[in-house]
Write a protein that binds this ligand. Structure first.
Ligand code: ADP
Ligand code: MG
Length: 323
């Protein structure tokens, strides 16, 4: 980057409105100085989005800025952590004022919602790629881990699944039919909602939690492996949006559990806590199955018959392939 380009970029990232009292020194020096609370652990997570791999090349800049932070905050939500700070490493092909302004708008829109202060970063020239690192606070006793699911626990999902995967497919194969439903699904792909408040409400309650970045089948699989348990999932209980039901090929449950990028939380609750905890959550949550002692992930229909999950849905809907 030349000096003037760098000044331009700096302009967008120093103009933020969030100023936290635990940031004695933010952007501008060689490093930020941060003041972590005495009674918490730091939860730290980092994710990179590469243009053409993690989002379509022509994605609007506001969505790229929003999503780069959202996918990271989703990881903090899945830990039950309270978000605090972020850093941003931007690799840009050129200093495009209009693109940067929209990117910053999307990023700070979500940062303000969750009181996250951008405290530093790095800017380089190259193919478009965005790396965000976030830090949050959670106590050791209350952190939500992947390894605590127990036989008999209920399995829950926030929101709906399958929307972002179907949204990606519709984005790539535009059609003007069912416009509202299409727009809803593409919005779910571009502006995922990190379930921060749910993660905080589950602290010290849920026996495990994970966010759905790679699809329910894959991500719940991580919880089962880490916890040394299995699960029965009732496919007729899966929360599917009306837009998904309208536009999914044959209303296919397989694509809904294979599609990534929804950034909903999947968590488990001991039976005795279900009613109390669900009453305190600020978004719709659906019970989709139970943890079992026998290992493996089983999909069951309304008659309790076991169904096979093939890979066809995954191949169609994954957003991890080049776009
Ligand atoms: P250094 O060369 O010492 O690493 P830089 O010139 O790269 O410093 O950065 C100067 C300041 O601007 C630092 O505080 C850095 O954290 C911040 N910064 C640079 N790029 C970004 C960015 N993309 N987002 C936020 N802060 C940034
Ligand atoms: Mg630097």
């Amino acid at each position: 980057m030349t000096c003037s380009e760098f000044d331009l970029i700096r302009h967008f990232f120093t103009e933020q409105s969030i100023r936290r009292t635990d940031v004695p020194l933010g952007i501008g020096d060689d490093a930020a100085l941060l003041s972590p609370p005495a009674d918490s652990l730091l939860a730290v997570s980092v994710d990179t989005l590469i243009a053409g791999i993690h989002f379509p090349l022509d994605t609007i800049a506001r969505a790229v800025g929003y999503k780069a932070l959202a996918v990271n905050l989703s990881d903090l939500a899945a830990m039950g952590a309270e978000p605090a700070w972020a850093t941003l490493a931007l690799t840009l092909p050129r200093a495009d004022t209009s693109w940067l302004s929209d990117f910053a708008q999307g990023f700070f829109e979500l940062a303000s919602t969750h009181n996250v202060q951008l405290v530093g970063g790095d800017t380089t020239r190259g193919p478009l790629s965005i790396t965000v690192q976030v830090t949050g606070f959670v106590s050791q006793e209350q952190a939500l881990l992947r390894n605590g699911a127990q036989p008999g626990d209920g399995i829950f999902l926030t929101g709906t699944v399958g929307d972002a995967g179907l949204g990606l497919r519709l984005y790539q194969q535009p059609s003007d039919t069912h416009c509202d439903a299409t727009m809803h699904l593409i919005h779910r792909l571009e502006f995922p909602t990190p379930r921060i408040a749910v993660g905080l409400a589950l602290r010290g309650r849920a026996s495990s939690a994970i966010d759905i970045s790679d699809g329910l089948a894959a991500d719940l699989g991580h919880v089962l492996t880490a916890s040394g348990v299995g699960a029965d999932i009732h496919v007729d209980q899966l929360p599917l949006s009306s837009a998904y039901r309208l536009l999914a090929p044959e209303n296919n449950w397989q694509t809904a559990v294979s599609a990534g990028d929804d950034y909903e939380l999947c968590f488990t609750l001991p039976a005795g806590l279900e009613t109390e905890v669900l009453a305190r959550l600020d978004c719709p949550c659906t019970r989709i199955g139970e943890i079992t002692a026998s290992p493996g992930l089983r999909w069951r229909d309304a008659n309790d018959q076991q169904l096979a999950l093939d890979n066809a849905g995954f191949d169609h809907f994954t957003s991890r392939k080049p776009q």
